[in-house]
Each structure stands twice: as C-alpha cells, then as structure tokens.
Design a protein around this ligand. Structure first.
Ligand code: SF4
Length: 724
C-alpha cells in the first residue's frame, strides 16, 4: 500500500547525553541541533519531536509548529520513543526517523531523500541515505511497516529484514553518519560546522541551502596544506593546516591532535556570546578557550562570573582542602628542572632521604593534629644516576626508590590513620598497580603538553618531563581506574595556547577513563637560587584567567590552586572557580616552595567563609572517587573507609576540630628536616611577622577595569587581620 505522499518526520530527542547537557541543545552558530532538525524538515509534515531525558529543559527549545510527545519510558530505548511518536501520526502516513544528533544534515539532503522515497519502486518501503558505502540517518519508512515496529526490538532490525524493500539513496555528504555521541564528537562537529559557515559566507549561500557536492566546503574557503606535526618525541601526526598559519594548537592525547584552525572565522564573535553558550550548558571549544584565556580586562568579570557559576553547579557552597603532612622521602632527583629548588645532588647541603623512623614520626605527629593525608613527594629515580642513592637504598634494604616508597606508604597505612598519596614521578603500569595497593590515590603533574619546553630552561635537563611520557602515565592510571591528581604549571615558558592544550589533554583523559580526581593550576614562583630566577612570575590576572578557563574546560572536575603560592591575596582565586585549596599542613612546610608558608588553617577558613563558602576537610581521595578505591579493595580501602565520614569527607577528630582555632603544634615535636623552612602554620618560632591590619583590594579593582562581580555580597573589599 502506498501512503498519500505525506511524510511525517519523527525527531528523536529523548535519549540520555554524554555531553553534560541534552544533545538537542548542542549549539551550532546560534541554533540548537533540535532547531536545525526541525528546519531541515520544513518541506515535510509538521515534525513530531519525542522528548524524554531532560524533557522540560528541551521543551523550551522546541520551535513553534512542531508537535511534542514526551516518552516517560525513554530509558527503555529508542523503540519506546518510536511507538510513542507513531501514536501521534495518522495511520496512513509514511514517516521519517530523524535522530536529533546529526547536526550537519541539511534541508537539501532531507528533500533528496524524501523525493527518492516517493519515487521508490514497487515493493520498496524504506529509503536510507548512503555515502562512501555506509548507510546513515535519517531513514524513511512506508506506513505499511508500522505493524513491524510493534514486534521488533530496533528500527535497524526492520531495515535489514529484507534488502529487496530498501531503496538506497546515494548522497554526497557524510553528515548522515556524523553524530554527537561524545564531547569530542561535538567539538569535531562544531569545527566542521564553522568550516561550512566560512564557506557559505564567502559564497553568499544561506546556511540551510548547502548545495549538494559541497558538503565539505572548507577546502574551497580555507585552503589547507598537509603538515607533519609533532605530538611528542617520536610521535608525529599528519594534519591539515590552513595555508599561511605558522602554528596549530594541538591536543596531544594518545596520538590524537585537534587543530584550532577554525579560530579565524570566529574572530568577530564577541566573547560574551561564548560565555552565554557555556552558561547554557555547551562545552567550550579550544578556539574559544584560547580567546578567553587572553581576554581583555573588560571581559574578565563575565569570564569569572561564568566560572563561579559552573563551580557552584558542580559543588555548591563548599571549598575543600586536605590537611596533610608533607613527606619528602628523598630530595635527590635525576632531573634538573629549571624552576626547582627542591632537588639536591648527593652531598649538597640539605640533601636528605628520610628514614622509616622519620617518616613514622612525622606521620604520627600529623595524625595528632588532625591530618588525614601523608603526601609522599620525591625526586624522580635518583638511583639511576647517583651511586650514593643506590648505596642508601641497599642499606635500607630496597632495590629502588619506588620499592622504598611502596614500603613507606604501607608503613604509614598500617601504623597510622593517615592515607598516603604518592607523587613519585614517572611510573610504569606495573608500578601504578603496586602503588595503588598502599596509596589509594596517585599524582603526577602533566605540567604542559608543550615539547618546546624540553629545549628551554624549564625542562632542558629533565628527561622525565617529556609530555608524551607523562600523558602515558596518566593514561595507564586511567586504564586501572586509579584516582589520579594532575595539573598544569603556569609561567614556566609555555604559551596561553599550550595551557589550553594541556587542559584539553587532561579533559580528554578524564573523558576516556573518568579517573582524574583533581586538576591543579599551579603558578611558578621565582626563587633566587634556581636557573629560572630571572623569569617573570605569572600575575594574578593570568592566574585568574587560567583557572577560570580551566573551570570552563573541565567543568565538573575538581580544580585546585595552592593558596600559599598566591599569598597574601590567595582568596581572590575563589573568584575564578576553584573548588579546592589542595593540601595544607599545620606541621610540615611546602618543601617545593619552602619560602611560601601555608596559610593558617584558621585564616583559610575565615577567608573562605568571607567569600561565601564553607571550608571542608577532605581525604586525599575525593569523595566521588571512593568507589574506585572500594573496587580495588585491600588495606588501602579499609583504611580509607575508616578515615571517611558518611559523605566521604574526612572524618572529624577532636584534634581536627580544635586545630583551626589553635593551630600551633606543641613545642618539642617534629623538628623540621635539615634545610627545610617551616611553614607559617607549622612552627610558632618561624611564622611570618605580624602585619598591621590591611585592606585587601578586590580582584575587580586590580585585574579588571570594569570590576569583578563579587561571589557574594560579603566578598567586597574588606579588612583582613594577617596573623603571625
Ligand atoms: S621538579 Fe621534580 S623532577 Fe624536576 S627537578 Fe624537581 S624534584 Fe626533580
């Protein structure tokens, strides 16, 4: 039976989305994917839009004239949505199944498909588009097949049941199979869409009327050349790069690169329109992030307000920190980073490898002061170049620094209530597996994805800082679902584009494996003794922009910035969307930046509260990653569970509750290690000198000409008593 020639489009927009917002609302040049789909069907009957997940949110965006069906049972799968839609369609009408997540489809393709269906041969009842030997969407069905939808599990099953009734319609675009299944796919579709707009503008063609055969018009509008691009030592990718551009931003992640070549068409777009899209739930693209991270002062307040908004959607009202002891197991290191004051050669003043007794003594004292984290930070494989370290390890009874670290983590885990967090540099997958049994979370700063820094002072002497090697460790941890801390360094010679690339590389790792529990945005601080002593430090303005863009890129990931590296005005970092202060110790110094004392916990709490947030102590493992530890089991899980409260934060102890008001440890406890400089909160004898009360200017007055909106009313400029 032939229908009456009418075709009712069914736009399927009910399914769940991995984008962080409904796929129907993914934006392309100001239009949503749903609006594009409805417009493409303008020559057919009024479409039926099937909503399900997030129905109320999507409903607001349904264009006038479309019919709406809400499938309350959308979790049951696509067929339940189809049946809900078919109930809305006249019995004799043919219908088109059009998933909403094919945003590059155009009206001419839809009309070509409809025309081919209407001209089908006798016996044919289905029209399916095909490009490069691959079928795609949408698909048109004749009305007589309706009964089969009640007896089949999927529409695909109906299509493949009988080849004789299928009319294959060759089309000139691969848009029929380019969907929005992941954030990476969305970014790719955005780039392709921008290329198309670039072409259409130059050709004077309305976007909805892309001529057949010109579905990949970027080649006409933006001449490209093929170019070999480094993606880490030994790895090169061949990419298409627009003519005339000297560099591309690349997103190095397991051999994949993403170019920012669409940046120029978007140059005219105002930054606030990007921020509108981000607030509406859309992901920021690399090109947008690059513009935002270099935004002028006039756009900074809106950038910060957007970052804060995302942070509050993610973790409302709370800022966390981890009360820790810092255990520099050894400061011997085979690398020579240009910004490092921590490392020593054997025999240098301050060179030290902690003994098991020292480790245990510091850990026990930390426990008494309410600490829950034992941060093991150490040089990278010093035994590879120093015979002295090999001898020291032999005396201690271990084959390597990692063997010794493993034993010390286990010692702390068994003998105290502290939870180890190991930070030993590069590790093999096998070592990650071993360490996770005694250190529930593990860390390695990515620092940067830029290979250029291997030729500059920062990493010239540091073979363990090759970006691809560090990404490989992060990926290996992901494959083992180890809660992982990483981050970037700001101001060590990288460019804003490098920062954006690094953040996207981290985001991509987390998208694949879901294991990155925390991203640190850490600023370089000058020290007189380091090779980079003459390099300028990043300003607070650079930090605010970088953290805010990190929040936009990473969205629902924990973003941390160390308060001591931005003292005295560290509270201003709260304006940029961090949700964590990282590890703060009432006992031990920051051995990496010993001239930068931790803030008093009491002061940290006051400033956090003044900004409108509650300060909450967490474990080294974030609450949402405790399940990862549980799956691994063993003593690491048992001890972590014992240290956690019902919500997964640090279980409070009487000493922990007392400490913020009276932070000083008792006298005659835990002398600092040789060469160490105690922290502000660590020792009463070496605190920062008392300062008179000082008015702290707001970030608005210092970093933006038009002023930053306060997070809450009580974040206005105020008087802060800086305690000794
Ligand atoms: S930053 Fe780390 S790897 Fe680099 S020299 Fe210092 S301790 Fe070694």
């Amino acid at each position: 039976m032939r229908g009456d020639g009418t075709i009712d489009p069914i736009i399927l927009a009910a399914g769940a989305s991995d984008l962080g917002f409904p796929k129907a609302l993914a934006r392309f040049g100001g239009r949503t994917a749903l609006e594009i789909a409805v417009e493409n069907c303008a020559a057919l009957e009024a479409p039926v839009v099937v909503l399900g997940s997030d129905a109320e949110r999507v409903r607001e965006f349904v264009p006038p004239g479309a019919r709406v069906v809400v499938n309350a049972n959308w979790r049951a799968g696509q067929m339940s949505s189809l049946q809900a839609a078919l109930a809305e369609i006249a019995p004799g009408a043919d219908f088109m199944l059009y998933p909403v997540d094919y945003p590059l489809l155009t009206r001419p393709v839809i009309e070509q498909l409809a025309a081919a269906f209407r001209a089908r041969l006798t016996g044919q009842a289905i029209a399916i588009p095909k490009c490069k030997n691959r079928g795609g969407h949408p698909v048109i069905f004749a009305s007589e097949l309706r009964a089969e939808f009640e007896q089949s599990q999927t529409a695909r099953e109906i299509v493949y049941r009988d080849a004789a009734r299928v009319r294959v319609v060759p089309v000139a675009t691969d848009a029929i199979w380019r969907d929005l299944d992941s954030p990476a796919a969305y970014r790719a579709r955005l780039r392709e869409y921008e290329q198309r707009i670039c072409f259409l503008k130059s050709a004077g063609v309305p976007p909805s009327r892309v001529p057949q055969g010109q579905q990949n018009p970027a080649r006409h509008a933006c001449p490209e050349r093929s170019r070999r691009v480094s993606a880490g030592p030994g790895t090169h990718l061949r990419m298409r790069v627009p003519q005339g551009r000297r560099s591309i931003a690349r997103h190095v992640s397991a051999g994949r690169a993403v170019s920012n070549k669409q940046e120029s068409p978007a140059r005219t777009v105002r930054l606030s329109s990007y921020l509108d899209e981000v607030r509406a739930g859309l992901p920021v693209t690399p090109g947008q992030a690059l513009r935002l991270i270099q935004c002028p002062d006039r756009d900074l307040p809106e950038l910060l307000a957007t970052a804060i908004r995302l942070k509050e959607q993610f973790k409302p009202g709370v800022i966390t920190y981890s009360r820790k002891v810092f255990l520099p197991l050894t400061n011997l290191c085979r690398d020579y980073c240009g910004y490092c004051i921590f490392r020593r050669d054997p025999g240098q003043p301050g060179a030290h490898t902690m003994t098991p007794d020292e480790v245990l003594r510091v850990a026990r004292e930390g426990e008494r002061l309410g600490c829950r984290e034992a941060l093991f930070s150490l040089g990278d494989k010093p035994e590879l170049i120093f015979p002295e370290m090999r001898a020291a390890l032999r005396r201690l009874g271990y084959k390597s620094t990692l063997h010794y670290l493993e034993a010390m983590c286990e010692l702390v885990l068994r003998e105290t209530g502290l939870i180890p967090h190991a930070n030993p540099g590069l590790m093999s997958p096998q070592w990650l597996r071993r360490l996770r049994a005694v250190s529930p979370s593990v860390g390695l700063m990515l620092e940067t994805t830029s290979d250029k820094l291997m030729k500059l002072a920062a990493h010239r002497g540091a073979p363990d800082k090759v970006p691809s090697l560090r990404l490989a460790v992060i990926e290996a941890a992901g494959r083992q679902a180890i809660p992982f801390t990483t981050g970037i360094l700001v101001g060590i010679g990288e460019t804003p584009r490098d920062r954006v690339d690094s953040l996207f590389a981290i985001a991509e790792m987390h998208r694949r494996y879901g294991h990155i529990q925390e991203v640190i945005v850490q600023n370089f601080r000058v020290k007189a003794e380091i090779p980079m002593s003459r390099r300028a430090e990043p300003t607070m303005g650079v930090m605010l922009r970088t953290i805010a863009v990190a929040r936009l890129i990473l969205r629902n990931m924990n973003v941390q910035a160390p308060p001591n590296l931005s003292a005295p005005n560290y509270h201003e970092l709260l304006s940029a969307g961090i949700n964590d202060w990282g590890g703060v110790s009432p006992l031990t110094p920051d051995y990496i930046n010993p001239e930068r004392p931790w803030p008093h916990l009491r002061q940290l709490e006051e400033r956090t509260r003044a900004a409108g947030f509650a300060l909450r102590q967490r474990l080294p493992v974030y609450p949402e990653f405790l399940d990862h530890v549980k799956r691994a089991g063993g003593i690491a899980f048992e001890k972590t569970r014992a240290a956690a409260d019902s919500e997964g934060y640090a279980r409070s102890t009487s000493s922990a509750e007392r400490l913020p008001a009276n932070q000083e440890p008792p006298a005659n406890q835990v002398p600092p290690l040789e060469g160490a400089i105690p922290s502000e909160g660590a020792r009463p004898s070496r605190g920062t000198p008392a300062l008179p009360n000082a008015t702290v200017p707001s970030a608005a007055s210092r970093f933006g000409s038009s002023g930053i909106q306060p997070i809450t009313a009580n974040r206005q400029p105020r008087t802060v008593n800086r305690e000794p």
